[in-house]
Design a protein around this ligand. Structure first.
Ligand code: SF4
Length: 249
């Protein structure tokens, strides 16, 4: 098998970006900030990911494990409330399902305070059965980001084994099987421009076979070619079929 196993990598990353203190699972963050996504939200950028995407805008933190500072779920929730002013929160910048207990408790704390919590995930641990969809607190909206339209493109983009692509698809299937509704409880977002258009057509067919509403609720993800993203894309030799220039300052 060519490429790494992202589930095995998750375990290594988890050891390095999380720690127990007095029975509480703390996680490394590199910042908490407000952003304009979803009409305004507060984002906690976490350190460490189980993929190594060649277009990752946060690769200086997601591809490493030794940066940032530890927060408990309570400290992270307090910081999100302090940063404000929005009532939508999410973790991003790394993979939030790593150290899942931390994210689950944080989501519960924020939901109790009336926040909408958006769980942005690459779906690997969900698809691999390491997270039970029923453990995801109610009123959490899940966004599964599909990194490439085919197993082969997934390998080129992430360096992971091509078989690991199926974890992403399986994540969507498991959410449907758990009774969650596309558009209401979750959606797939699709990274565009990493393969020719015909390969995306195959992906859309696959998604439609899982649930027809997956197609009508897709969120397109365009790669924005910030200089640090361009640097990684070049270094990894990834051919882009579509991207956007960063907004001018
Ligand atoms: S899954 Fe997301 S955070 Fe992880 S490397 Fe890919 S783009 Fe970056």
């Amino acid at each position: 098998m060519q490429g790494y196993d992202p589930v095995a990598l998750s375990e290594k990353v988890e050891e390095r970006v999380s720690r127990y203190r007095r029975g509480v699972l703390e996680r490394r963050y590199w910042r908490i900030r407000s952003t304009r996504h979803y009409g305004g939200n507060v984002a906690g950028d976490v350190v460490g990911c189980n993929l190594r995407c060649a277009f990752c805008w946060a690769w200086k933190f997601s591809h490493y494990t030794d940066k940032g500072f530890y927060l408990s779920p309570l400290q992270a929730a307090e910081e999100i409330v302090r940063v404000g002013p929005y009532r939508i929160a999410r973790l991003t910048g790394g993979e939030p399902t790593i150290a899942w207990e931390h994210t689950r408790v944080l989501a519960e704390l924020l939901v109790k305070q009336g926040y909408l919590f958006v769980l942005e995930t690459n779906g690997v641990l969900l698809g691999a059965g390491r997270i039970d969809p029923k453990e995801i607190p109610r009123k959490v909206f899940i966004r599964v980001s599909i990194k490439a339209p085919t197993p082969e493109a997934f390998h080129k983009v992430t360096g992971a084994s091509s078989d690991a692509w199926y974890y992403q698809i399986r994540a969507l299937e498991r959410l449907v099987e758990a009774g969650l509704k596309p558009g209401m409880d979750f959606r797939a977002s699709i990274v565009l421009g990493v393969a020719p258009k015909r390969e995306y057509a195959e992906l859309f067919e696959k998604l439609a076979s899982i649930h027809p509403d997956l197609i009508t609720t897709i969120e397109p993800e365009e790669i924005i070619l910030y200089p640090h993203v361009e640097e990684l894309v070049k270094r990894r030799g990834l051919k882009l079929y579509h991207y956007r220039e960063p907004p001018r300052a």
